[in-house]
Design a protein. Structure first.
Lengths: 333, 316
């Protein structure tokens, strides 16, 4: 059992992927070479500038890049100016790595978008919004779900009936349509902070029933066990019995459900921003970046899909991590 | 059974009324209305007031709602302001397109997911099982939003398949059906592949539990060939948990198909709802939301009934 709980290499890989995304989001200001709204007007949809260490003559140098030169304005094709090396500077200007000639030859690790903004920097800052929104919404769903499920399972009877009917009702709603309708009540363009709290709130309410139902079932079962009766006999109040003794029994279930909700929320934000009902333009989230990509022929500019790749990595990481969780619980049965 | 069915149907009707009423009220409460959304600042104040009166938007919210619900009771769901057609005609057309997409995706997911699940669940490791499991893990991590972007990217790069819409402007050689099928590939695969991965998961888990049971060993010991034991004797009981998953799928199907419809410009319910919301077309918003709720209610009901047929234990 111990070996299985420790999990496979895959589950550790999963945790590593999620950890990388988390660190990238937290450290974005130090890692990103540019700000989210830095525009390079001559470099619209420019491809990535790959760092080189060897020039065409075959001699070795500290990491450097070549400058992009526009060769076809209409097709937005660029060619590297291989005559001059632009060295990269470490730890300059409060960031990890950047070009020494930011105006003429910026470092674009994942290319530029159709406004000439650095995709890599926006991806890092976008991770902050996309991941924190999903995390806040999942915590909200946990608080609401555990509260409702705990009370319903503990109180039983009429309270239980009413609360469970309510969660059933939310669960059978066409979630995406409800989120759309709720979002559309407010003006299309709102301050980012308002959008953030609004989406987190809606997601939390839509996600809560999934937690509430499971928590209710667990609390109901646990309430009948001897330790609950013992705690009650020792004079524990209802609230204490529920919060200190019964809800912790649902901890594993809640953790697994939250791991399932986070990817769903990341994708929901991306979908809403994609259709233009999420965050307003200058804000970088993975969804707004895809929204920008969708406005042009992204087949010619594959780097514009990097937010989709980032989303895939995070969701894969969470799924891999859950693999261990699930098998751990299974082996305990 | 009749009583159960009646209760479920009554709940479905209640759900549809509640969802469409709420959407109408919400869409009406939103700042701006169809006139401001469609005309911008181009019209004079009088012309805007005339237009509002024509669309019934100058009434109070209560009066508008009462008018709408009375008409809806007579199956008249109002006139779409955006398309200038009755909502009653517009919705079935688009809902049918969504249903075509959703059904194709489910069939595709079933044909791909179930057999692979049987294979990976009935064997103890090996290269084939490893390949199936990693493929399904990857696809499970790609929700329809991502698969559709990826497939649109591939199709646009290769030029093999159309990436947008449902029909070509000019009917190509091979007829309308072939044209529809070619347009279906990208959106149906975008929804179907993640579903296939999910079905593979559930089917494999169910198979693993069944093949450990003594009756399987007994059947093998009687000399029944392995393939026949797996595909006939073990498969049947392993289908029960899978059948219950279909009920869950229907919810994700509607949300997933929304993203896919928008990305691949499939003229379905999701796209219609989005256009209606953008144009503040209140009656059409209410109609779409109601149709979405109905889609979901019918889907869950059908899957619950199907589950009752497969597994008599759950019958209420």
């Amino acid at each position: 059992m111990n070996a299985r709980l420790k999990g496979s290499r895959y589950s550790r890989l999963g945790f590593a992927l999620v950890a990388i995304a988390f660190v990238a989001a937290v450290a974005a200001p130090g890692l990103a070479p540019h700000a989210i709204d830095d525009q390079f007007p001559g470099l619209l949809n420019a491809p990535p500038t790959l760092p080189h260490v060897q020039d065409d003559a075959g001699s070795w140098h500290a990491p450097f890049i070549y400058r992009w030169q526009l060769v076809n304005q209409l097709e937005q094709q660029y060619e590297a100016d291989r005559s001059a090396r632009v060295p990269l500077a470490w730890f300059s200007g409060g960031r990890l790595l950047g070009s020494t000639d930011d105006r003429r030859a910026p470092l674009l690790l994942l290319g530029a978008d159709s406004f000439g903004r650095d995709v890599f920097s926006r991806l890092l800052f976008g991770a902050r919004i996309s991941l924190s929104l999903a995390a806040v919404a999942a915590i909200g769903a946990m608080l609401i779900g555990a509260g409702i499920g705990g009370i319903a399972g503990y109180a039983g009877g009429m309270t239980d009936d009413v609360l469970m009917r309510a969660t059933d009702f939310v669960m059978v709603l066409p979630a995406m349509y409800v989120v759309l309708a709720l979002r559309a009540v407010l003006p299309p363009v709102l301050a980012p902070a308002v959008v953030f709290s609004l989406l987190a709130g809606i997601f939390a309410v839509v996600g809560a029933p999934f937690i509430a139902r499971g928590v209710r079932a667990i609390v109901r079962t646990e309430r009948g066990l001897d330790y609950a009766a013992a705690a009650q006999a020792l004079g524990a109040s209802d609230a204490r019995l529920l919060v200190r003794h019964l809800l912790p029994a649902a901890g594993g279930f809640i953790a697994v459900e939250m791991t399932l909700l986070v990817p769903a929320f990341i994708v929901a934000e991306a979908t809403l921003s994609y259709v233009g009902l999420g965050f307003p333009d200058p804000v970088a989230s993975w969804g707004t970046m895809l929204h920008d990509a969708a406005n042009i022929r992204f087949a010619d500019f594959p780097w514009l899909l990097s937010p989709a790749a980032a989303m895939f990595v995070v969701v894969l990481g969470l799924n891999l991590a859950l693999e261990r969780r699930a098998s751990g619980i299974e082996s305990l049965r | 059974m009749t009583k159960y069915l009646a209760r479920r149907l009554a709940f479905a009707v209640f759900l549809v009324i509640a969802v469409s009423s709420a959407s109408l009220v919400l869409a009406r409460l939103a700042p701006g209305d169809f006139v401001t959304a469609s005309q911008g600042g181009q019209m004079s104040r009088e012309a805007m007031e005339r237009a509002r009166a024509q669309y019934g938007l100058n009434k109070s919210l209560g009066a508008q709602y009462v008018d709408w619900i009375v008409a809806a009771a007579h199956l008249d769901f109002g006139q779409s302001l955006l398309y200038d057609r009755p909502v009653r005609d517009l919705i079935p057309e688009r809902a049918a397109n969504t249903a075509i997409l959703a059904l194709t995706a489910i069939v595709l997911a079933t044909l791909v997911g179930l057999p692979l699940g049987v294979i990976s669940g009935s064997r103890r490791g090996g290269a084939v099982v490893g390949a199936i499991r990693s493929a399904s893990l990857v696809l499970l991590s790609m929700p329809p939003l991502l698969t559709s972007l990826f497939l649109v990217f591939l199709a646009a790069r290769s030029g093999w398949l159309p990436v947008a819409g449902m029909r070509s402007a000019q009917l190509p050689a091979g007829g309308a059906l072939l044209d529809l099928i070619r347009h279906l590939v990208v959106p149906a695969a975008a929804i179907g592949l993640p579903l296939a991965a999910m079905l593979e998961r559930v089917q494999a888990q169910a198979m693993r539990e069944v093949v450990d049971q003594p009756f399987v060993l007994a059947t093998l010991a009687r000399g029944v060939p392995r393939a026949r034991v797996v595909w006939r004797d073990a498969l049947k009981p392993a289908l029960r948990p899978v059948a219950s998953v279909y009920g869950l799928i229907i919810g994700t199907l509607l949300s997933g198909s929304f993203a896919v419809e928008v990305i691949t410009a499939w003229p379905g319910l999701g796209n219609l709802m989005l256009n209606a919301l953008r144009a503040r077309d209140v009656y059409l918003v209410a109609g779409c939301a109601g149709a979405g709720a109905m889609f979901l209610a019918i889907g869950t009901l059908v899957s619950d009934l199907a589950l009752g047929l497969v597994d008599p234990r759950g019958r209420a």
